[in-house]
Write a protein that binds this ligand. Structure first.
Ligand code: HEC
Ligand code: HEC
Length: 295
């Protein structure tokens, strides 16, 4: 068993750096997944912590052993993301709503990993040939495990963003991501307090280009308000397209989101950077200097 585990980890390591053969990766990983993950499959809905931590070993190869991300392979920090968001995203990767676009290099690395989860329950519809998964136990288990990992304030690497301009742009984001970027389950919008700036930039570009958030295009009705049309991810895409004109604006809004993040906890930072004195009055913790005790 241990041998098999190290083979899997080795393979994943290779894949982490392999952007050329995603199709091949999916096949080889699915095969390995069948033999490797299947034995941990138990019936019943209770989440088995051991199974979750075993599954997480696979994730840790790319996302880091504590889930704090590895930028060189474009794998973001995932520790402490809300459980409902993790479940949503893993299912999206698994069914191809995310990470299936041919230009989405990072998504193509992640997608085969999600497809291994609950692979024992994968069934093919004889009528249309489409695959589906009959249960989500491993998705739930690993999501709960990741949600319980301790998040860390990331190091900022993107330069040239203006948080003052970003604050104005963020007015368009608040309705879903929350005033302090704490996230909102009702809108399916994740917390961004511990999200890496480079990763947010990658994602905003993907939403803008349609690599992300363009699923279910058939449901999208541009004549209706965004919140009433299509999926929340499509609404997110619509907002970015409408309010963030270019890369500079992306950097600006990200610089402000990072200020909100640093204000939410001091962890990993000696001081929360204040906004320049010229900025308008606001009630964000970065401006008032309060540090609410929340991740
Ligand atoms: C081969 C490397 C690799 C492995 C192994 C891997 N991931 Fe990922 N993961 C990535 C990359 C790269 C991305 C970024 C995708 C993107 O840019 O859209 C990602 C993105 C994600 C996201 C989206 C984060 C967000 O904020 O939306 C989640 C959740 C995630 N991975 C969870 C997992 C879990 C759980 C596992 C283990 C079952 C796992 N990953 C294994 C590479 C990997
Ligand atoms: C209509 C609600 C809504 C609005 C408004 C909105 N978002 Fe989002 N955002 C979402 C949802 C929902 C997701 C998750 C999409 C998915 O499921 O793939 C998301 C995802 C994101 C992500 C990727 C997070 C990750 O972990 O991968 C970033 C970055 C982001 N939003 C930034 C912004 C910014 C910046 C704005 C303002 C310009 C904004 N959002 C406005 C709903 C919204």
């Amino acid at each position: 068993m241990n041998n098999m585990k190290s083979t899997l980890v080795f393979l994943v390591n290779r894949m982490a750096n392999n952007v050329f053969f995603p199709g091949l990766c999916i096949k080889s990983l699915s095969l390995l997944g069948l033999v490797f993950i299947q034995p941990f499959h138990v019936n019943g809905s209770t989440v088995d912590h051991n199974r979750a931590s075993q599954l997480f070993q696979l994730c840790g190869v790319c996302h880091g052993s504590e889930g704090h991300g590895k930028r060189d392979i474009l794998a973001p920090a995932i520790a402490g993301l809300p459980e409902w968001y993790l479940v949503n995203q893993l299912k999206k990767f698994r069914n191809g709503d995310r990470g299936a676009h041919p230009d989405d290099v990072a998504g193509l690395k992640m997608r085969p990993m999600a497809r291994v989860l609950d692979i024992g329950s994968r069934k093919r519809n004889p009528k249309n040939g489409a695959w589906h998964y009959e249960n989500d136990e491993e998705v739930q288990a690993v999501a709960q495990y990741v949600a319980n990992l301790k998040p860390k304030q990331p190091k900022d690497v993107i330069e040239g963003g203006d948080p003052v301009k970003g604050k104005t742009l963020y007015l368009n984001c608040m309705g879903c991501h929350g005033q302090k970027s704490e996230g909102m389950a009702a809108m399916q919008a994740p917390a961004q307090t511990h999200m890496e700036d480079w990763y947010m930039l990658e994602q905003l570009k993907k939403f803008k280009s349609g690599q992300r958030g363009a699923e279910d295009t058939g449901k999208y009705d541009p004549t209706k308000p965004l919140f009433m049309s299509g999926t929340q991810a499509m609404a997110m895409r619509g907002i970015v397209t409408a309010t963030i004109p270019d890369e500079q604006a992306m950097k600006d809004v990200i610089a402000y989101i990072r200020e909100l993040g640093r204000g939410s906890t001091n962890e990993g930072h000696t001081v929360a950077a204040p906004l320049p004195a010229s900025s308008e009055q606001g009630n964000s913790p970065a401006v008032t200097g309060e540090k609410p005790n929340q991740p």
